[in-house]
Design a binder for this molecule. Structure first.
Ligand SMILES: [Ca+2]
Ligand SMILES: [Ca+2]
Ligand SMILES: [Ca+2]
Ligand SMILES: [Ca+2]
Length: 396
């Protein structure tokens, strides 16, 4: 028996030693993991989010952002954020303050579908045109002499309006409001007279289901032209401006499945404007480059994530050249495609909670560097509910 005990004791001792060793090793691994986790946790916010500001909005959970526009809407020299939402608020201004904060101001509780901001009555102050989602009307807002935005009037176009942009497309040095009608497949320039009355002009036929439009000189003759994205026919229509201020009939270019949003800017390394389109149903964007002869060439397609729904063109990476930022609605991301010569290069991906609805480029903290502003849900994991937030990625 003593012999047996002598055999058992060393075995128990050995088992105990092994166990201690295993526990010690596991403990050591746990300690290392905790330290690594802590270091990662401490470094991550500094590395990934240092230049991001999240503005949480106090809204009921069913509310939904529709569009963001950046414009100095109170004539103080600082660019402001204008947010359109469907739900309880309608139009909200985020007026940029000198210290980098924003003063929130509700403009009017309507149901906006799209909006545009520029000087529409030659007073050197930016006005605001909002398409009402239910009525298909245009709601016009103008600044008073103190810079306060005031509701001016409602205009009812012949066809229900869907998208709106502002630019001089009538060769008279004055801005014109241009609307597209998704239901009737048309665009119409609307002229605002000195007394504030709108004169309707001719309508021009687009492809099927125009959802957005952009204004740029797309054949380098010094006159602005109009381009529409046609969702149902998956193409774009280009309307070149004539010298008499009328537009030529639309020329169509195939773009991509579900051409939802169009924007223009100088995306190649020359002085000519180019066109970019978000193809909602095929997760891509299409680039049309204006060549030497002033003709659009393309499309060249670049991949995105799920549901590219919005584009902003501007110098998003502050290198002096235009870029395009794509909002991928269902993926919850922004893609920054940088303009490099004749092509676009995917330079940066920003994570934005689902769903992200709209994106704009502008300098909203008045430091001379362009910033990216997106409207989305507040937190990751939420899909089409939960609080709304503005996310600002400051330029550096
Ligand atoms: Ca301002
Ligand atoms: Ca032109
Ligand atoms: Ca750039
Ligand atoms: Ca800035």
């Amino acid at each position: 028996m003593p012999n047996a005990n002598r055999k058992i004791y060393p075995q128990i001792t050995q088992i105990f030693t092994d166990l201690t060793e295993v526990i010690f090793k596991k403990f050591l691994i746990c300690v290392i993991c905790v330290i690594c986790g802590l270091v990662f946790f401490l470094l991550l916010p500094a590395a990934a989010f240092s230049e991001e500001l999240i503005v949480e909005l106090d809204r009921p959970s069913g509310d939904k952002p529709v569009e963001i526009v950046i414009s100095d809407i109170n004539s103080d020299g600082r660019e402001d954020i204008i947010l359109a939402e469907i739900g309880s608020k309608g139009i909200t201004l985020f007026l940029a303050q000198a210290n980098g904060s924003f003063k929130e101001e509700i403009v009017r509780e309507i149901t906006p579908l799209s909006l545009a901001s520029a000087d529409i009555n030659q007073d050197n102050r930016n006005g605001l045109v909002v398409v009402d989602a239910f009525r298909g009307t245009l709601e016009i807002f103008l600044q008073d002499e103190t810079g306060k935005l005031k509701y001016k009037d409602r205009f009812t176009p012949k066809e229900l309006a869907y998208g709106v942009q502002i630019g001089d497309v009538s060769n008279d040095g004055k801005n014109t409001i241009v609307v597209c009608s998704r239901g009737s497949n048309t665009i119409s320039p609307l002229f605002l007279e000195e007394d504030g009355h709108i004169i309707f002009s001719t309508t021009y036929k687009t492809g099927e289901g125009p959802t957005s439009l952009a204004i740029c000189d797309l054949n380098s003759d010094g006159l602005n032209d109009v381009v529409t994205s046609n969702f149902s026919s998956s193409n774009i229509s280009l309307f070149l401006q004539n010298e008499d201020g009328s537009l030529s009939p639309g020329q169509t270019y195939p773009s991509g499945k579900g051409s939802l949003y169009v924007a223009c800017g100088n995306l190649s390394s020359d002085t000519k404007s180019d066109v970019v389109v978000a193809n909602f149903k095929e997760n891509s964007i299409s680039l049309f480059i204006q060549n030497e002869a002033g003709r659009l060439k393309g499309p060249t397609k670049y991949p995105t994530e799920e549901e590219p729904c919005w584009l902003a063109v501007g110098d998003a990476n502050n290198d002096g050249k235009d870029d395009v930022v794509v909002a991928n609605r269902d993926a919850g991301s922004l893609y920054l495609y940088a303009g490099r010569g004749e092509e676009l290069v995917l330079e940066k991906i920003y994570a934005v909670p689902k769903k992200v609805y709209s994106v704009a480029i502008g300098d909203v903290n008045n430091d001379g560097l362009k910033d990216i502003v997106a409207a989305s849900r507040l937190s990751f994991g939420e899909r089409d509910k939960g609080p709304i937030a503005l996310r600002i990625f400051y330029g550096e």
